[in-house]
Design a binder for this molecule. Structure first.
Ligand SMILES: [Ca+2]
Ligand SMILES: [Ca+2]
Length: 513
């Protein structure tokens, strides 16, 4: 018999999952299949089209793709599923998905699929059957009430209500019934084992289980994720699960250590965009340090914007310099950064949602080369200037900045997995940090403001950098910085890397002996 204390320690060790990927992903790219590339000319992006564009994605340097939902759905976005075991016919067949995954794997790219656990489509046969027949086997897979209330929707067939947090077309599944989670484990197993996926992005996971009026972050929700995350880890130890908990840092941190592998760091996204927009560093580094101090970097994911938010370029008022600055910060922070498709060419877009998810802009051609037919959604008005073909040819383009940064991150251990050490700049418009692992160091320095920053000196606490004399070389092309000399206290003190930093300018240096 194992003594109780030892058993508890073993349980605690077992609760913290080890890094799940052979080599944890470096940068992940979020794709909306409907808008990426149309192979057959019907105006709708599809999996064969996406497969044809894999060399473009691989050329960015990313080693991971998140596909927004690809399961059968009546909506354009796919977040209301009618068959969890079948690819949406607009996108192709299950065979087309497998072909895509094989082609991605040949390029060392992992594939995460969006999985919607919280609700199904109201058109799902489970719900239709439950709606019509109160004795149906799937009746207790949904939530029913005789009385109306907020988020409860009138049944079209009898005098009763069903719960749907997002809208009437998305009835919530009832995770108080263990059969629901058992089914969703089967779904996960299907995508991992039969379809070849490497893991999941999990939608709206803070809403899984309701307690009365409380619809977020309930103990029951944590319990379901603990069970689901553990199951996926057991059947596919190298898989990766990342959840959407669109909430405060404290709320997100409550989903560790033993539930999903990772979560999107929404507060870092907010602080990053706020810093670049306002020209003031604000909370950005303290927010990153808070995540870093409690969880390893592979377990949280910074980003700029996703498919639910005003696009980065629009949020930055079409300022290309600001977009380069924002990308440079994102791709030099710790964590697993996610890039929403089109951010790398500066695509624009604002609400309604369809306009955040418009067709990818490939070329100076009809429908920007997305389709030979009529695109399912009109392109953005800037497709003539912001497209892959135009930016390919310009070495200073946003696209080429992304490629350079993503490849740099992949090649440089400090940028890929090193700890972040914040530096004091004495100027809120100037942000500076060191990234360091056991053998490499990098320095990131940026002027977020719209005025030149002159004579900005950097300083740190003790033990920030090993004592020594260092060359500080520019990794993006351009001037090197002043030699850095660190005394025995390991403190950066009064270090003036450059006499002046231009507005919206970001530098990435390597620090070498
Ligand atoms: Ca198509
Ligand atoms: Ca729910």
């Amino acid at each position: 018999m194992v003594p109780v204390l030892l058993a508890l320690q073993m349980a605690a060790v077992g609760a913290q999952p080890a890094a799940p990927l052979q080599s944890p992903a470096t940068t992940c790219y979020e794709v909306f299949v409907r808008s990426f590339y149309d192979n057959d000319g019907n105006g709708i992006g599809d999996l064969p089209g996406l497969t044809k564009k894999l060399d473009y994605i691989a050329g960015l340097g990313v080693d991971c793709i998140w596909l927004m939902p690809v399961a059968e759905s009546p909506s354009y976005h796919g977040y209301d599923v009618t068959n969890y075991y079948k690819v949406e016919p607009d996108y192709g067949t299950n065979g087309d998905f497998r072909t895509f995954v094989r082609a991605a794997h040949q390029r060392r790219i992992k594939v995460l699929v969006d999985l919607v656990l919280n609700h199904t489509s109201s058109d799902h046969p489970w719900f239709q059957e439950a709606l019509r027949d109160t004795a149906a086997p799937h009746r207790s897979w949904y939530l029913w009430s005789k009385t109306p209330a907020r988020n409860w929707h009138k049944s079209p067939v009898r005098d009763e209500y069903y719960f749907g947090l997002f809208w009437s077309g998305m009835p919530d599944l009832n995770y108080n019934n263990p059969a629901v989670l058992a089914e969703m484990k089967k779904v996960a197993q299907f995508w991992l084992e039969d379809m070849g996926a490497d893991g999941f992005r999990l939608d709206a996971v803070r809403h899984l289980v309701e307690v009365g009026d409380q619809v977020s972050n309930t103990p029951g929700t944590h319990a379901v994720l603990r069970d689901f995350g553990g199951y996926v880890r057991r059947i596919a130890p190298k898989s990766y699960t990342i959840g959407e908990v669109w909430d405060s840092t404290g709320a997100i941190l409550s989903y560790y250590p033993d539930q999903l592998d990772a979560y999107f760091a929404f507060p870092i996204s907010e602080a990053l965009m706020q810093a670049v927009r306002s020209g003031k560093a604000g909370d950005l580094l303290s927010t990153v340090v808070r995540f870093q101090s409690v969880q390893p970097a592979w377990r949280w994911a910074p980003f700029q914007r996703n498919h639910d938010q005003t696009r980065t370029m629009t949020a930055l008022a079409n300022d290309v310099a600001a977009a380069k600055l924002s990308a440079t910060l994102l791709l030099t922070l710790p964590g697993l950064p996610f890039v929403y498709y089109g951010e790398e060419i500066g695509m624009t877009g604002d609400k309604p949602d369809e306009r955040l998810r418009t067709p990818m802009q490939w070329a100076l051609a009809p429908a920007a080369g997305f389709t030979s037919g009529k695109p399912w959604e009109a392109l953005q008005p800037d497709s003539f200037t912001a497209n892959v073909a135009v930016e390919d040819r310009d070495t200073t383009s946003l696209l080429n900045r992304y490629r350079r940064l993503i490849h740099l991150r992949e090649a440089n251990g400090a940028l890929r997995s090193g700890a972040l050490v914040p530096l004091e700049t004495g100027n809120d418009a100037v942000i500076a940090y060191v990234r360091k692992d056991s053998s490499h160091m990098a320095l990131v320095l940026a002027n977020l403001g719209s005025e030149p920053a002159e004579n900005v000196t950097l300083s740190s606490t003790d033990q920030a950098v090993e004592p020594g004399r260092y060359a500080v070389r520019n990794l993006l092309g351009g001037p090197s910085a002043q030699t850095l000399v660190i005394g025995n206290d390991g403190r950066v003190t009064g270090y003036l890397p450059l006499p002046a930093i231009s507005p919206k300018q970001a530098y990435v240096f390597e620090i070498v002996r």
